[in-house]
Ligand binder design. Structure first.
Ligand SMILES: NC(=O)c1ccc[n+]([C@@H]2O[C@H](COP(=O)([O-])OP(=O)(O)OC[C@H]3O[C@@H](n4cnc5c(N)ncnc54)[C@H](O)[C@@H]3O)[C@@H](O)[C@H]2O)c1
Length: 299
């Protein structure tokens, strides 16, 4: 019988957690949220309200519904309260294995036995945390991309023991949020699209660091070829160069292959405080990066 999801708990209400919570509430789920910072949910969502959706090329997430939906999200004062009635718990806490293991163990104690657990981790397969629970057949990766950028999709991937019913429940939950589910059939570092994106990052970073190309030409070519508003370097600036470096190190630590090690030139930028859009300087200068100039593609 299909698994029924009505009550959803979001643990962590920062950048990704706040948006998933608002979108789930807008789509009719009863949403419970917990973050040690009780202000973060509304503060984070406010930041996304000013985004110009007309610039988003893929199906836009309906941020106009979020203010009303946000009022329906029950902000709880503890993780246990948020999980108490959950059919699905989505963990969206920082990308740190120790924090995640701690939270997963607490989720296991607090949530009903039937509840499914998902992590929104950008790089960790769920098998890294499944043993922190007594329900390894009910866990999955549910990796949402950046809704505010119109990246309206989510990888859905199981761990070593995830049941077919739980995979299907995860896929259909994602689809019910008007988000495109990308089903990963076999556990893999990088999921579905992140693995593709990761190969692009690795190649383009090394091409730039070895002085083979100007990064602007890579972005130009990518934007023309794929008809996108961003190239890889513009997108890495949006993600944050410190975050990109850390994620590349996860891949390197897993493979031990020197070709997977991010270039020193990227580390130098991070150490110089050039973190991308959030610090005002990355590959481009902000708030008006060159690649958004109408003449950028035809200089
Ligand atoms: N930012 C991105 O582009 C992006 C994209 C996809 C996935 N992710 C993943 O989503 C997760 C969260 O990333 P983010 O960008 O939203 O981070 P964030 O820092 O904006 O939010 C994390 C939140 O977790 C809260 N938190 C810390 N400890 C907690 C605990 N014990 N219980 C509940 N909440 C706790 C923090 O207070 C913070 O508000 C990470 O695993 C990240 O890899 C991020």
């Amino acid at each position: 019988m299909a698994i029924k999801i009505a009550n959803v708990a979001l643990l962590g209400l920062g950048n990704l957690g706040a948006q998933i919570a608002a979108q789930a509430a807008a789509c009719g789920y009863q949403v419970w949220g917990y973050d040690p910072d009780p202000e973060i949910f509304h503060k984070t969502l406010e930041g996304f309200m000013s985004i110009d959706q007309s610039k988003v090329r893929t199906t836009p997430i309906k941020v106009d519904l979020w203010p009303r939906a946000a009022k329906l999200v029950k902000i709880c004062s503890s993780l246990a309260e948020a999980c108490a009635q959950a059919d699905l718990v989505i963990e969206v806490v920082p990308e740190n294995l120790d924090i995640k293991l701690q939270v997963w163990a607490e989720m296991d104690q607090a949530a009903p036995g039937h509840a499914i657990f998902a992590t929104n981790s950008s790089s960790m397969p769920v098998s890294k945390v499944e043993d922190a629970t007594g329900r390894p057949e009910k866990v999955l990766n549910m990796h949402f991309y950046r809704p505010e950028l119109g990246q309206n999709m989510a990888d859905v991937m199981g761990g070593t023991q995830t049941s077919a019913e739980v995979m299907e429940a995860g896929r259909s939950f994602v689809a019910s949020l008007d988000v495109i589910p990308l089903k990963v059939l076999k556990e893999s570092l990088g999921f579905c699209f992140n693995r593709v994106w990761r190969a692009i990052k690795r190649e383009t970073l090394h091409m730039w660091a070895q002085g083979i190309v100007d990064f602007r030409d890579v972005d130009r070519a990518y934007m023309i070829f794929n008809n996108t508003a961003w190239g890889p370097f513009g997108l890495m600036d949006a993600v944050g160069l410190d975050v990109v470096y850390d994620i590349e190190m996860v891949y390197y630590n897993e493979s031990g292959d020197p070709r997977d090690h991010p270039p020193q030139a990227l580390k130098d930028k991070v150490e110089a405080g050039e973190l991308g859009a959030k610090s005002g300087q990355g590959f481009y200068s902000y708030p008006e990066p060159e690649y958004q100039d109408p003449d950028f593609l035809n200089p």
